[in-house]
Every structure is written in C-alpha cells, then in structure tokens.
Design a protein around this ligand. Sequence first.
Ligand code: NAG
Ligand code: NAG
Length: 149
Amino acid sequence: MYYLTIFVLVITSCFGLNESISCSDPNNLHRQCGNARCRLNTLEFRNELKHGILKVNCTSNQKIKMGLQDVKVNSSYSFSFAEINDRRIVWACLLNQGPKMEYSHILWRAYRGAHKPRCGQVRKWVARNDGIYLERNSESKGFQHPWHK
Ligand SMILES: *[C@@H]1O[C@H](CO)[C@@H](O)[C@H](O)[C@H]1NC(C)=O
Ligand SMILES: *[C@@H]1O[C@H](CO)[C@@H](O)[C@H](O)[C@H]1NC(C)=O
C-alpha cells in the first residue's frame, strides 16, 4: 500500500503540471505550482573561457547571498531555489574573469521570478572570451552581454 501511494504521488505530480517539467528526480521536489510537487528552479554558470577562473557572486532580492564562487574552465556552478509568490525572486550576479579579474559584468536579472511561481526553470549563463551567452531551459538564446573592463 505504501509503495502504491508513492507511485500514485509520483504519477500525479508528473501529470499535474503543465509545460514540459520533469518530476522524475525525487531529490529535487518542492511544493510549488499550486499544490503539485515540482522541481526547483536553477541558475547555472559555465566557464567556457579559453583559460582562467570565472568568479561568480550571486545575491537575491530576498537577501540570500551565495558568496563568491570560483568556476574552472569547462566546469559549471549551479544552485536551485523556489520562486516565491508574493514577491518575485530576482537574482543578481557579478561575474569576473581575466588575468587580474579585470573583466566583469553584473547580470542584474540573472534570474527573474514570474508572476506565478514556476518549477524546473533553468537559466544557464555561459562565459566565453567574447562575452556572456544564455541558455533558457536548454534553448540557446545566444550572445547577451559583453565584458566590461
Ligand atoms: C558579493 O556580492 C555581495 C552583494 O553584492 C557583496 O556584498 C560582496 O562584497 C561580494 N563579494 C565579493 C567577494 O565580491
Ligand atoms: C575545454 O573544452 C574545450 C572544448 O571541448 C577544449 O577544446 C579545451 O581544451 C578545454 N579546456 C580545458 C582547459 O580543459
């Protein structure tokens, strides 16, 4: 009976959501989107520079600080969070790179919550030498921002 209940819960959560949200990862479930269970949203940063560390420092408008992170070439750093209904979550992230960390860009809206909480959203920012690129839920959005010196 216990296993049947779990099974029904999983099935319900997968079909209870619109959009193409995957609920198959049981470690990443969260109560959002009405009462359906669904995955947290993710901000990801990938270093595709030719060489050198990418520094990432993200802060939310809800005073959550992720602190300074070092991302090596061909590696990624990511974290997940829920969207919150009464106040849209906005993550701002400072990126730095270069031999003296002299190139930077502030993504003021690295992630911006929607009017209604969403699940399983992914914003992947890719740092390359010529600038910063975005993938939104695996869809390439191309070049977004140049580096500032
Ligand atoms: C990271 O960002 C926060 C908020 O903008 C800032 O207070 C902090 O000094 C930054 N840390 C570093 C090491 O840049
Ligand atoms: C990163 O990946 C690219 C493409 O696969 C490769 O050409 C490059 O050598 C890699 N760089 C490092 C430092 O591993």
